[in-house]
Design a protein around this ligand. Sequence first.
Ligand code: GH3
Ligand code: MG
Ligand code: MG
Length: 325
Amino acid sequence: MKNLDPFKPEDFLILVVDDIRKNLQLLIEILDTSGYGTTFAISGKQALERAKVTEPDLILLDLMMPEMNGLEVCKQLKKNAKTEQIPVIFLTAATETNYLIEAFESGAVDYVTKPFKTPELLARIKTHLDLKRTKDELKKAYEEMKRIAATDELTGIPNRRSIFSLGKQEFERSQRYNSSFSLLIIDVDKFKTINDTYGHDIGDEALKMMVKITLNCLRKVDYIGRLETEEEALAKKGHLGRLGGEEFVVILPHTNLKGAYKAAQRVCEAMTKETLQVEDKTVSITVSIGIATYDSKDQKMEDILKRADLALFAAKENGRNRVAI
Ligand code: GH3
Ligand code: MG
Ligand code: MG
């Protein structure tokens, strides 16, 4: 996780909610003096609207208010996706423990009783803003890690692990609803020669082009992923520092053999029409594709994958640049 920037009050907006104007004025003055940005609401209903529109970083919420009290406001805030993450600090003259407990149960992060000591209130505000920043940063880092773990670095498409998990989901859906499901394995022909002739970097570019062309031939609901893991590719070819393989799997939900054949044919043909221009060199690639369609004997996605792999082998044996079943 990256280090957080120094804490600057002016980076934050605080929504102050109180039905008594005098209280509002006092709080806003305190926050202003400390450098925070402020906005305010004089009723529960207005607070909900302001929170949605201004998306403040923190809310100072009065508990006792006519019509809609603070507890109800807090509960509503926590129900809305746009406002649920905003920390709420209750500010109230009510000192009874049951109020305090209810406040925390409604989703508040803190509870300050009036009359409050200004430095204490400011210290609590700063702590909660800082905690929220850290939490947001962690969440972002987690999302990014999840994305990296699921993506093939070179081409940006799902990697083996994630295409398998997507494929399994689709396969199970097909089993449950007895719908069709097809799978393609695409392998670049004589790719070793491309690397040997033009170098590994241009080989990488050719793989990216191949993915782009394939994606253009597929429907939005189809998935393509890279098949070989780095480890497998290394074990098979003994190359060092390679990023992955030149085999790809395409998942075609709700597609029967005829449809899958058409899609595969489309990919195969499109590949021969595009070239990669590198300085004065023109690089062209062809692919071989193995197809398998779900039949009731298949228990696992791996069963279909095995058949697609056999079909791919046949396509290679029969001269490459072709589709086989
Ligand atoms: P075939 O028509 O039988 O598939 O021949 P091929 O040369 O494509 O087959 P083979 O599987 O023997 O070779 C695959 C080559 O793909 C070898 C490997 O160095 C290369 N390769 C695998 N991953 C990458 C990559 O990420 N980038 C580059 N540039 N090359 C890769
Ligand atoms: Mg190949
Ligand atoms: Mg291969």
